[in-house]
Design a protein around this ligand. Structure first.
Ligand SMILES: O=C(O)CCC(=O)C(=O)O
Ligand SMILES: [Fe+2]
Length: 260
């Protein structure tokens, strides 16, 4: 979290040095105005009040397909801050391990053998994203949020909100409910792919980060766990409520609606 803060504290030009080199490059620095996730839900909203740094898997499998190489195995673009990369890689690896443990717990609670998901997550194509929401001073535009209402795309998300920070909300029925951020706690979120996998027995929760005038800056780290590129996701109950999808192409399709 501290290294991420150090990255965002740099001059804009230093951050732009690790911006995606072309449109569609999956990783790097995205400045303010880059994203409007509520558009993935069909809402025409202004861009989010945030900036982010994004990185991908630590290793490239030898048999990765050309599409997988393009979309998720491009190199992470390292900022010129010596302590950043080791901290980032250590955190990514810890999240990958934790996600694998959570997937075992998921299997158990779905009354499957604990190792059920293991063949699907041998080479997960997860992304790690550091987020920085600058202090809000001006009045946000109508419907402008720090993160517009969206669901996450993958199997699960492990979010570390800045301890003591406010603004993250989840939708329950027609109410927005504040999610507390106590010291030392992660927020684990089900994503769209897991909802699909469980044939909607589990819900991919709509959530957002609200913008209120006069808020202090806020940081978070979000690890988006995503099964192997080729993993075929078929409803676990044997039903045909959802057609089978492959994890990688499914994720690629999801990204097409949110860019500005
Ligand atoms: O910053 C947060 O607390 C949430 C961010 C989020 O929901 C996301 O990046 O998908
Ligand atoms: Fe999210």
């Amino acid at each position: 979290m501290a290294r991420s803060g150090g990255f965002f504290a740099q001059e804009p030009a230093q951050k732009q040095a690790v911006a995606p080199p072309y449109q569609g490059y999956p990783y790097g620095y995205l400045g303010p105005d880059a994203e409007a996730p509520a558009r993935s839900k069909g809402e025409d909203t202004p861009p989010d009040l945030k900036e982010s740094f994004n990185g991908g898997p630590l290793r490239v499998p030898v048999d990765a397909s050309a599409a997988a190489l393009d979309f998720c195995y491009q190199p992470t673009l390292w900022p010129d801050l010596p302590a950043f990369r080791p901290a980032w890689e250590a955190y990514y690896a810890a999240m990958e391990g934790l996600a694998a443990r959570v997937m075992r717990a998921f299997a158990a609670s779905l009354e499957l053998p604990e190792g059920h998901f293991e063949p699907f997550i041998a080479n997960p194509i997860s992304a790690l994203r550091a987020l920085h929401y600058p202090a809000t001073t001006a009045r946000p535009l109508d419907k402008q949020q720090r993160a517009g209402a969206h669901t996450d795309y993958g199997s699960l998300t492990i979010l570390l909100p800045q301890p003591g920070s406010q603004g993250l909300q989840v939708q329950q029925g027609d109410q927005w409910v504040d999610v507390p951020a106590p010291e030392g706690a992660f927020v684990i979120n089900i994503g769209d792919l897991m909802a699909r996998w469980t044939a909607d027995r589990w819900v991919s929760t709509l959530h957002r980060v609200v913008a209120i005038p006069g808020q202090p800056a806020r940081q978070s780290l979000a690890y988006f766990h995503q099964p192997d590129w080729d993993a075929e996701i078929v409803p676990l109950d044997g039903s045909d409520v959802y057609a089978p999808v492959r994890s990688g192409p499914y994720l690629m399709g999801k990204f097409q609606a949110t860019g500005v």
